[in-house]
Design a protein around this ligand. Sequence first.
Ligand code: SF4
Length: 401
Amino acid sequence: MTEAQYYTRGFGLKPQIEGQLSEDYRSRIVDYLKAHDFTLRAGDLTFRLAAEFGFCYGVDRAVEYAYETRTRFPERNLFITGEIIHNPHVNQRLKDMGIRFLNGGAGADEWNRLGDRDVVILPAFGVTVDQMALLREKGCTLVDTTCGSVLNVWKNVERYARDGFTSLIHGKYSHEETRATASRTSLHPHGKYLVVRDLEETAQVARFIRTGGSGVDFLLHFAPACSRGFNPETDLVRVGLANQTTMLSSESLQVAEEIRRAILERYGEAALGEHFRSFDTICSATQDRQDAVVKLLQSGISLLLVIGGYNSSNTNHLAEIADQKVPTYHIEDAGCLLDTSSIRYKPAGGKETRLGWHWLPEGPTVIGITAGASTPNNRIGEVIERILEFRGQDIRHVPPE
Ligand code: SF4
């Protein structure tokens, strides 16, 4: 592949696309909130927006490069390997621009039909080693928007594999980013990985490290989440920790500590360095959004609306942080607010959406709002507008033009 076919820094077309990006994703209300201490008062309602919310630097960059790519190659077939980010509105907007989504993974028909005239965008999560190899083989022009924070995780996982450590990844094994990260271990002949989703699975791994057990039972549970040929007897002797960048940071720290303690018990303090490595790979944007929700919860809000795609990992975690403290509703957009009484939302930790009732209290109410790293500002603004309408507030005067 020639350098000319592989782009990682966009095309320098920001001035040409800025207007369109603003039209598609900007919100006047959110701009107002940012300029007024993240607070908006209207009648007996107060809205408090988290100080860190919405598009992160990685998403900003990926969306921008996708728009630039369309502008740079107006006549070429343009594809993306999957969702660019986990937000249905942004993905739909790209489809409207004629960008086609390659579903089904490398090897599916649509991948095999790709050719050297095609342009393929790689999303912020990155793609697997196999997908990349196929795209190179097809000679496609590639626009790689993989986030720098994800690349940082890859670097560490590759180092583990090189040094004979199994990568223990705290994440969801079906998530695009985790699949891409895990695949980096295959760059080294004996590289191995195991993905743990939560503390329960971590406890299973820690138990095996401490006392061994049935490898068959272990593999029955973890089969889809570990590398081919994984053997818990030999592949949990040297372990390096990593995370999907959007996990709950407190949980990732607990995962690392649980495994560290198990290894310490099994091999002793002196040998710890030979058997255990760890580094924090939660990205700063995820961490900032989680910290901002914790702060918002301390500011006297009556309820919290978390806005973002239902399959967005970091959005789900924002809802989980808040759920025990105040009534929390994870909604995809303003359409989920059916009226002042009913709301469609995804409960924290749940899989399906459900109907909730009496979500908006009568009288003075402080509504906390946050949004995941893949939620554009206009979706946040629309939620606020809808609530104002419910309360008979004229949006043209709130805030003043
Ligand atoms: S959440 Fe973090 S890792 Fe993911 S795209 Fe945003 S900045 Fe990058």
